[in-house]
Design a protein around this ligand. Structure first.
Ligand code: C5P
Length: 330
């Protein structure tokens, strides 16, 4: 029996790009939020050796360049496991960037491998391996609402936002993340912006201020947790309080001028009733936050009629993320 798991996507509720670093990456601050759209991964261990990745979608690489390949290689070695790993990826998520699809796949593959070999890696080792595979891989080891620092790989669980309806638009435009970072450097040099580190401190301050305003509640186990939604519109309000602190996505400033169609998608989401809409990561995925599931469904249908591929979903709290993660044999 294969181990079957879900592999969720994320959006960025704001992203502040800091200075470029000697290692070629950029320092950044972001708030990641996991959402309900997902792929399905099936993993089994056979006799022999090597890693085999299968995917019916031809746009997904099945060689060493697939993030799952590197993650499984690192995982097999860290677990001291032997055998041939066969991983089947059922691609349901749009391939468009900005949703962390490949990064989520890597984490799901690692956790499925642990189940298959009946051995667990310590949490710190998992995070280290995930950071080796990519900057936005570790967030999928936390789930829910997550603060990202460093190059995005340092992750801190934030007070969980109640599940909120949203629409994910995935226009068929490919945006190169390294190029978007380089374009930001060139643009930032021309813009009269405060020092990069001062901007990042400002971002962190806004998130801290929001955190201190989030209602906290004692749980039955005596711990504190973000208070659950009470009444209509409450979930949306907490999320909106965060995005409206001004933690916008810096990538919009360089990606929208190059791909005006993406700005139009954000406008289309706003016109369709989104209380807030933004580019996710460097795009091209654009999301909108809605008051109700019905409003989100209507908006995604409206975008579809305008020729913009879109899907309605909800944001996932940390609890929902982990509860829905396993499909079988977990
Ligand atoms: O870590 P990941 O493989 O996702 O990064 C892809 C590329 O994006 C990097 O090689 C780098 O050019 C750019 N990047 C960056 N700063 C970050 C994250 C990514 O410059 N914080």
């Amino acid at each position: 029996m294969p181990v079957t798991v879900r592999s969720f996507a994320k959006i960025n509720l704001g992203l502040c790009i800091g200075p470029s670093r000697p290692d070629g990456f950029h320092e950044l601050r972001t708030v990641y939020q996991t959402i309900g759209l997902h792929d399905i991964l099936r993993l089994r261990l056979e006799r022999g050796s090597g890693i085999e990745i299968r995917c019916a979608d031809r746009r997904v690489p099945t060689d060493q360049t697939n993030t799952c390949y590197r993650m499984l290689e690192l995982g097999m070695s860290a677990l001291g496991a032997k055998g041939r790993v066969v991983l089947e990826i059922e691609k349901r998520l749009p391939i468009q960037g900005g949703l962390g699809g490949a990064s989520g796949n890597a984490v799901s593959a690692l956790l499925a491998l642990e189940v298959a070999v009946k051995k667990r890696l310590p949490a710190g080792d998992r995070l280290r391996l995930a950071a080796e595979v990519g900057s936005d891989v570790p967030l999928f080891l936390v789930g829910g609402t997550v603060l990202g620092a460093g190059r995005g790989e340092q992750v801190y669980p934030l007070a969980d936002l109640p599940s909120t309806p949203c629409v994910i638009a995935t226009p068929e435009i490919g945006v190169s993340t390294p190029k978007a970072f380089a374009d930001w450097d060139a643009a930032a040099a021309k813009l009269t912006l405060p020092e990069p580190s001062a901007r990042m401190n400002g971002f962190s301050r806004e998130v801290s201020a929001w955190l201190s305003s989030v209602p906290w509640e004692k749980t039955s186990k005596g711990r504190c947790a973000g208070a659950p939604a009470r009444g209509r519109g409450r979930a949306e309000t907490q999320l909106l309080d965060l995005v409206r602190t001004g933690i916008e996505n810096d990538f919009e400033r360089v990606v929208f001028p190059q791909y005006p169609a993406l700005r139009d998608v954000r406008c289309a989401l706003e016109k369709a009733g989104a209380a807030y809409a933004s580019l996710s990561g460097s795009g091209s995925a654009v999301y909108g936050i809605f008051a109700t599931r019905g409003a989100a469904e209507e908006a995604s249908a409206r975008l579809g009629k305008q020729g913009i591929p879109a899907q309605a979903t909800v944001t996932l709290t940390r609890g929902q993320y982990w509860k829905r993660f396993p499909v079988s044999s977990f």
